[in-house]
Design a binder for this molecule. Structure first.
Ligand code: SF4
Ligand code: SF4
Length: 67
């Protein structure tokens, strides 16, 4: 099953992936990472593996998609 894998400490919490996901299955969290930013999280269902989130993320190591 496809799913996004997020490295919370690399995520800048910019929200680009949240806005880009056609299935609406990403969300920003309320907790802070090591950089003091609120990272994104997978809601746990709905991912199709399209990788739109990956291609919209400006941080090279923040997000990848497992297919
Ligand atoms: S791979 Fe596609 S469906 Fe899955 S979280 Fe990323 S943008 Fe959303
Ligand atoms: S995973 Fe990338 S696009 Fe999504 S909020 Fe984090 S830094 Fe921004």
């Amino acid at each position: 099953m496809a799913k996004p894998i997020i490295d919370e400490d690399c995520c800048k919490g910019c929200g680009r992936c949240v806005a880009a996901c056609p299935k609406g299955c990403l969300t920003l969290t309320d907790h802070f990472n090591k950089a003091g930013l609120k990272p994104v999280a997978y809601k746990g269902e709905g991912c199709t593996g399209c990788a739109t989130c990956f291609y919209n993320c400006p941080e090279p190591y923040a997000l990848k998609v497992e297919r």
